[in-house]
Design a protein around this ligand. Structure first.
Ligand SMILES: [Mg+2]
Length: 382
């Protein structure tokens, strides 16, 4: 069965002027993100359909010759970006005529209602509540620009397509239009979080990671300085992170640090999913007399290059030799290559600089660009 995305024009592709009538070239201004958004949607196997109410088009209130230059400029601009509509539906009635073809009524959508389209898998994108009502009337899903950005909309449709998600029960005809606003996390693939619980004779650990920064955050490993370091991932990495560890600190710090790194690395790897839209990154930062450089590649292979020398045995309650082991374990569990170099005098600054640089690198690396959904690898797999 065929699938379509029905896109409203005014207020969704073009900014809507105060008089709600785009009747001159001066009034043509794209909604930010609209072109990139449409382009990103063009490859997902949907037909692209523009559906627009143009009140009184062809009457003295809105003469044809004032409409077409703007419409043609819109279409030409989009064509230049490789975006072509499979169909364009325009209703010309005035609101007071109550035409059955005026959105949110479905009169002009006849060809899409003959059973050849999988309507629950279709989408309506618009800027008004009535666009969501249209979606409900069609039995399709609706996304409202305003509460959602174009980037959100692309994300939701793409996640839903990638996951082969069963149509949501929301937004059926009986439902209120507000339910048609699909939340940004509507598709399972859009949720980038993971929980890892790891229990051995030596440690009992729970790690929750949310790469998009939602959820509770807090770190308690039993090692104060390690808590201080891992908290940098929340502040400087912009991720949601909760770590609880009860380790055999009466033996020493080794198992706690190693196992926290393993659980954290596994949680990060799981939360990243198939790694689409991410990239390889690095970050360097100074910290007083110290400087730290971290390079990170989620390429599916684990390697740590460690170029750091501590001159003290301990920083706080953490043995400095364990930092190497921590990042080695993390790199293995994340299946990522890590290059870490730091120079400086003060051992606290050295350690903190490394964790901050790692946090910043991680932030860049996991940031999702919904307009660039390619895998950052020529091999097609990470
Ligand atoms: Mg509109």
């Amino acid at each position: 069965m065929k699938k379509a995305i029905f896109v409203d024009r005014d207020g969704t592709l073009l900014k809507e002027p105060a008089d709600e009538q785009i009747d001159s070239l001066e009034k043509v201004e794209f909604v930010p993100g609209a072109i990139s958004g449409l382009k990103a949607l063009a490859d997902l196997g949907y037909e692209l359909v523009m559906a627009s109410n143009q009140d009184g088009l062809g009457t003295p209130a809105f003469p044809e010759e004032t409409f077409w230059p703007a419409q043609n400029l819109l279409l030409k601009t989009l064509e230049g970006e490789g975006i072509r509509f499979d169909n364009i539906l325009i209703d010309r009635s005035f609101p007071e005529e109550n035409s059955p073809c005026r959105k949110p009524r479905t009169g002009m959508f006849g060809p899409y209602l003959d059973g050849s389209y999988d309507l629950p898998a279709c989408w309506v994108i618009g800027d008004r509540e009535t666009d969501l009502q249209l979606a409900a009337n069609l039995g399709a899903r609706g996304l409202q620009l305003g509460p959602l950005s174009w980037a959100d909309i692309v994300d939701i449709i793409r996640s839903s397509s990638a996951a082969g998600q069963a149509p949501s029960s929301a937004n059926k005809k009986a439902d209120a239009p507000s339910k048609g606003i699909a939340p940004p996390t509507a598709g399972p693939a859009a949720v980038r979080s993971a929980v890892v619980e790891r229990k051995t004779a030596e440690t009992d650990i729970c790690v929750r990671v949310d790469l998009d920064g939602k959820g509770p955050s807090g770190v308690d490993t039993g090692l104060k300085f390690l808590d201080h370091m891992l908290t940098q991932l929340i502040h400087h990495g912009g991720i949601g992170l909760e770590i609880r560890c009860k380790g055999d600190l009466e033996v020493d710090e080794h198992h706690t640090m190693e196992d926290v790194a393993i659980a954290l690395g596994e949680a990060l790897r799981r939360a990243l999913g198939d790694k689409r839209g991410i990239d390889r990154y690095g970050f360097a930062l100074p910290m007083d007399e110290s400087r730290a450089l971290v390079l990170l590649d989620f390429g599916g292979r684990a390697e740590l290059v460690w170029d750091v020398q501590f001159t003290r045995e301990y920083v706080g309650d953490v043995p400095t030799e364990m930092f190497h082991h921590f990042f080695k374990s993390l790199s293995n569990a994340m299946q990522a290559n890590l290059y870490i170099q730091a120079r400086g005098e003060n051992n606290h600054h050295l350690a903190e600089g490394i964790f901050k640089a790692f946090a910043r690198t991680l932030k860049q690396a996991v940031r999702r660009n919904p307009f660039s959904y390619d895998l950052p690898s020529s091999k097609g797999l990470l």
